[in-house]
Structures are given as structure tokens and as C-alpha cells.
Design a protein around this ligand. Structure first.
Ligand SMILES: Cc1cc2nc3c(=O)[nH]c(=O)nc-3n(C[C@H](O)[C@H](O)[C@H](O)COP(=O)(O)OP(=O)(O)OC[C@H]3O[C@@H](n4cnc5c(N)ncnc54)[C@H](O)[C@@H]3O)c2cc1C
Length: 419
């Protein structure tokens, strides 16, 4: 079957991989000159399979309200006259009850753990390189109340298959000596041994090259998708700035822009961009730079070691489709590096990046069929697109192939928003 994948971010590329492996004739379309040049370019690098609590939860909602209007808040809501943003925000509030957060955690964790399994399979099959580190992720805490709250969530996750360890400050420093400077303000940590890290951009670019070489996958770069042409309940072609492209089936994986395109053909998906930032600091002193991936739960920042670079990422901002770099927010990241890992590298030499997480208001992504019989979705992975790409790609390929997915997907399909 001829399948067109719309979008060459990490989600589109892994979808193309599984479709190619199934023997389909795959073409990927993207407006950029290379794969993974937008949200999948310089993210936090964490394969955080054990980080399943959705952002729509009672505690986060409470914090988000107290942070309103603060330019340096980890989660910033910029008031705008944007109907889609308000619609998304209302759905976010509606989904932030304890019961809904628990249900969504279970759905997210199931996809995360399946993604871990699929990631290991991809790595074993392709042998691609991407500064992959399989040593777990440590979450650090300053406030004992927050550590206890995290442990409560970790216990629930452990019952569902994702183990954890509670560490004292001394244990944290013994396992990651670069935490020595930060230790004086820490109260302990939670360690998640299943978690991993790696360079999302290198993975996507090496995987698409593997697909081209091994499965004959075609890629149309610098091609802007303008619309989808509907004919009697099906998509007959994709209209681009370079002409029309036809296939038997189409998968939408254009990240935050998925909702804009789908709206043109009468499909309403609640995906809205949540802007985030990263800096990539060249490592100058190995001893002062963490090797273990870290989530600083106090500042809500993540640190990953990618070769000779320390990637620091985080913050979320509802600012529409503006992906420009805001100095206040980037400076928060630079300050955090200087405060916690002084001497690891010169933050003024860091490259800066901002991008838009394709976020759903409940947390899980949207994968599966649509009202058009040959149009499929694999999008909305939000803050976990790197973590979930392998499981999401495999599920999308299963559905297109007409094969029963290996996990329950009722919490991932678009119809969940109808109830
Ligand atoms: C600061 C930050 C840190 C993050 N850290 C992590 C992390 O540590 N771990 C994790 O799991 N996730 C993380 N994420 C989330 C993760 O990066 C995203 O979920 C993921 O990259 C989304 O991938 P995607 O393929 O859906 O979207 P994208 O990577 O944005 O890909 C979409 C593609 O569609 C193309 N496109 C869009 N519109 C059109 C059009 N009209 N025509 C043609 N092409 C089009 C774009 O060029 C792009 O290549 C982070 C995100 C941010 C912002």
C-alpha cells in the first residue's frame, strides 16, 4: 500500500519506520530541509517512561493559577484573544480532577512502557546511534512534601510496572557526583531505573536514513502541506506548494500544526502548542557535568548529557504559535546551570532553542482512525513525544495494516473526546 506520512518530526519518522518495516511504499512530507528540525530538534533528551503523571492534575492546576502573569514561572499563560487557546484551557481544567488524572496516568504509563519495549526493538534492529544512555533518570527535590507526593505517584506507577527507588541526598550524590554542589539545597531524590536519554534529532535523522536505505522510503523536504482533498468520505490527495500527492492512506503527524490542518477538513482535535525552551551547553569540565539524566522537580527543568553537550530544557508557555526565543525564559535555564552545576561549561556559548509541544488537554496523544476511511492520526504527544514515539509509531502502523495493536488504545483514539 502507498502511504504518505505528513511530518518528519520524531513521531512521523518512527511511524514511517514501522510502515516501511511492514513493506509499505512510504513517502514522508515535511516543510523543513531535514527531519526533526522543529519540536524534535533540541528537546530535553529524556526517554522518561516513568514520568506518566499528566500535566492536567489538581496540584499542577493550583500551581498554574498562582503563577498567572509571572514571566519567569515554569508554566506561563499569556492572555490572548484566541478562541482555540481558551477552548483548550477549559478542557485542561475539566481534565484536572484527581480521578481523571489517575485514569490518564494509567493510559500514559501503558503507552510509555510499550514505547520502551519498541524503542529497544528499534535500537536492536537498526543499530543507529544517538548518544543513548540507559542508566535511569533521577528526580531531585528541595521540599520534602513534594518528594513525598512524588513517591505516592511512584508507588502507583510501580504497581503498574515502572519501578522506582527513594534516595537520600547522599545516595543521589554517590550515584551522580555532579550533584554535590546542589546537594545543600536538596532533601532527596526519586530514581527511575527504567528511564533513559538520548539525542532525539540524531535518532530521527539516522532512522529516516535507515528507512531510505533499507525500505526505499521517499522524503519530500521543503514541501509545505496546504490542505487535504476530500472525495466521498476519503482523502484523495494532499495539496502542497509543489503540487498534489496521492496515496492509499495518509497519517497526520505535523505536531502542533495538526489541529490547523485537520480543521480544514472538519476534524476538530484539541491540540494546542505549549512553548518550551532549551539550551545546549558545550561541556568544559567532565567532573562538574552530570552524566545521569536529571529532572529538577523544584524548577521543573531537565538535564541530559548528549555527547559533549549538556542539554537543559523546560518551561511551558501558552503563547500561540510564536516560537521565537524569549530572553527571560532562556536566562532562567542559564541561571539554573550556573547555580547547580557551576563550571561545567560556559552558558554564554550555549545554543538556544524554543519550540511548540503539540499538547492535548488530557495528556495522552491522539492515535488512530478518523471519519475519513484512509486518514489516520498520530499526533499530540505533548511533552512526551520522544518518550512515546516508538510505541505510537508501532500502534499507528498496526492500525493502518489492519492488525490489532498490542495494547489497549481506547484512551488514545480521537473518539474519547466525544463522551
Ligand atoms: C523544551 C522541550 C523539551 C522537551 N523535552 C522532552 C523530553 O525530554 N522527552 C520527551 O519525550 N519529549 C520532550 N519534549 C516533547 C517532544 O520534543 C515533542 O513531543 C516531539 O518532538 C513532538 O514530535 P512531533 O513529531 O509530533 O512534532 P515535530 O517534531 O514538531 O514534527 C512535526 C513536523 O511537521 C512539519 N510540519 C508542520 N506543519 C507542516 C506543514 N504545513 N507542511 C509541511 N510540514 C509541516 C514540521 O516541519 C515538523 O518537522 C520536549 C519539548 C520541548 C519543547
Amino acid at each position: 500500500m502507498k502511504v504518505v506520512v505528513l511530518g518528519a518530526g520524531i513521531v512521523g519518522v518512527t511511524t514511517a519506520y514501522f510502515l516501511g518495516k511492514d513493506g509499505h511504499d512510504v513517502t514522508v512530507i515535511d516543510r523543513e530541509p531535514q527531519s526533526a528540525r522543529e519540536c524534535s530538534y533540541a528537546n530535553g533528551g529524556q526517554l522518561s517512561y516513568s514520568h506518566a503523571e499528566p500535566w492536567s492534575n489538581p496540584a499542577m492546576l493550583k500551581k498554574a493559577i498562582t503563577w498567572l502573569g509571572k514571566d519567569d514561572a515554569p508554566l506561563l499563560f499569556r492572555f490572548r484573544a484566541d478562541y482555540q487557546m481558551w477552548k483548550w484551557a477549559l478542557k485542561y481544567v475539566f481534565n484536572s480532577t484527581a480521578a481523571k488524572a489517575q485514569k490518564h496516568l494509567e493510559i500514559i504509563l501503558a503507552l510509555d512502557l510499550y514505547s520502551r519495549q519498541m524503542m529497544h526493538q528499534i535500537v536492536a534492529d537498526t543499530k543507529i546511534e544517538f548518544d543513548y544512555i540507559q542508566q535511569g533518570i533521577i528526580h531531585t527535590f528541595r521540599n520534602p512534601k513534594n518528594l513525598d507526593a512524588e513517591i505516592e505517584i511512584a508507588k502507583i506507577q510501580a504497581d503498574l510496572g515502572a519501578p522506582y527507588e527513594k534516595w537520600t541526598v547522599e545516595e543521589c550524590v554517590a550515584r551522580e557526583p555532579a550533584l554535590a554542589h546542589m546537594a545543600k539545597e536538596m532533601c532527596g531524590g526519586a530514581f527511575f531505573p527504567f528511564d533513559e536519554s538520548g539525542d532525539v534529532c540524531a535518532f530521527a535523522q539516522n532512522l529516516i536514513a535507515y528507512c531510505q536505505e533499507n525500505y526505499g522510503t521517499k522524503i519530500l523536504y521543503e514541501t509545505i502541506i496546504e490542505n487535504m482533498i476530500v472525495n466521498k468520505g476519503s482523502i484523495s490527495s494532499i495539496r502542497t506548494n509543489k503540487g498534489e500527492i496521492t496515496a492509499d492512506a495518509y497519517v497526520v503527524s505535523i505536531g502542533s500544526y495538526s489541529s490547523l490542518l485537520l480543521r480544514k477538513v472538519g476534524i476538530d482535535v484539541p491540540i494546542y502548542p505549549l512553548k518550551g525552551y532549551s539550551i545546549s551547553v558545550p561541556v568544559e569540565d567532565e567532573g562538574k557535568t552530570p552524566r545521569l539524566s536529571i529532572t529538577n522537580q523544584c524548577e521543573r527543568l531537565v538535564y541530559s548529557r548528549l555527547g559533549n553537550v549538556l542539554r537543559v530544557a523546560g518551561t511551558a508557555e501558552m503563547a500561540g504559535y510564536d516560537d521565537s526565543v524569549n530572553a527571560v525564559r532562556v536566562n532562567m535555564l542559564k541561571k539554573a546551570v550556573n547555580d547547580h552545576f557551576p563550571g561545567c561549561g560556559d552558558v554564554e556559548k550555549a545554543t538556544e532553542w524554543a519550540c511548540l509541544r503539540p499538547s492535548t488537554p488530557d495528556g495522552p496523544p491522539i492515535i488512530g482512525k478518523t471519519k475519513y476511511d484512509n486518514l489516520y492520526l498520530n499526533t499530540g504527544q505533548g511533552s512526551l513525544g520522544w518518550t512515546q514515539c516508538a510505541g505510537s509509531g508501532r500502534i499507528a502502523a498496526d492500525i493502518i495494516e489492519g492488525r490489532e495493536p498490542e495494547m489497549d488504545i481506547s484512551g488514545l483514539i480521537i473518539d474519547r473526546y466525544r463522551c
